[in-house]
Structure formats: C-alpha cells, structure tokens
Design a protein around this ligand. Structure first.
Ligand SMILES: [Zn+2]
Length: 158
C-alpha cells in the first residue's frame, strides 16, 4: 500500500483488527520512509457497482464519496464514528444485494435518506436538503414540517 504522504510503496502493517462488527479489517500502517502513519480498511466487495446518474452518465460506485456526503450531513451530531462506518457498510451491502450492478443515483439517495432518518433527524434534513436540491425556502419548510408530528401547544402558564 502506497504511503499517502510520500508515495513510498514499502509500508508496513503495524496492527490489524476486526472493525465494524467484523465487517471490515482495520489496519494501522507505518511508512518507514517518512514515519507517516495511516489506516486502511479491508472489506468484502460482493460486486462492482455502477452508478447511473439522472443524465444517464455512468460512473463506478465510490464508497468514499458516499461516506463524505454522509459525514458532512452528520457533522457535529452525537453519532459515534464506528456507528457511521456500520451504517455506510449497511448501505453498501444493500446496494450490492439489489441484484443489479447498475444502481440509479436516485436509489442511493433514497436509501441514504431512509437510513439517516432512523439515526438522526438533523442529519437527515441536511442530507435531504442537498439531495432534493430545494429551490424554494417554502419547499424546505414544508419538508421539515412533515418530519415531525405536530408540536404540542406551547405552555403559556410559565
Ligand atoms: Zn511515507
């Protein structure tokens, strides 16, 4: 594995352990050339997924890209990193088990929203607002209203 800091290909594995409830192996690596340390993950890949975008363009599924968009949505939310990793692995597993290597980008968006909705409402709204690309502030308001049951009347006795 090439060192991300200096490009040296002779890096060493210092530690390997199961991660994400044994879905992945986490390896701590060390680069003797620059003393850099970094982590890699080994995961099962059931199939090579291709994302088909709305405009028909196709590109290889990129787990890191998915992870970035989810982490942005979860920024500063009280969700543990390990749980996020598990969530992402769960989403990827679902995509891989859909029976077709071609996955519409919409399908991925829907699955991410569904998953985030169960984990964190704020992250869900953030992700959905980007994903659904709201043009009008009102659309966004309506959308947020749908998320929660109506709040009880404010207590005016206080
Ligand atoms: Zn290095």
């Amino acid at each position: 594995m090439r060192c991300p800091f200096c490009g040296n290909t002779e890096t060493q594995v210092k530690d390997s352990r199961p991660a994400e409830d044994h879905v992945a192996i986490r390896r701590r690596r060390y680069c003797p050339a620059c003393a850099g340390r970094f982590t890699t993950y080994e995961r099962v890949q059931l199939r090579d997924l291709v994302v088909v975008k709305k405009n028909g363009r196709r590109e290889g599924f990129d787990r890191d890209k998915l992870e970035r968009s989810i982490r942005i949505a979860l920024q500063k939310r009280p969700i543990e990193g390990e749980r996020v990793d598990q969530m992402i692995s769960g989403i990827v597993r679902r995509l891989e088990s859909m029976g077709d290597s071609d996955i519409a980008s919409d399908t991925i968006g829907e699955i991410v929203m569904e998953t985030l909705a169960r984990i964190d409402t704020v992250a869900y709204v953030r992700f959905a607002s980007v994903y659904k690309n709201f043009q009008e502030a009102d659309d966004f308001e309506d959308f947020v209203q749908e998320l929660r049951p109506p709040a009880p009347e404010p207590d005016t006795d206080a």
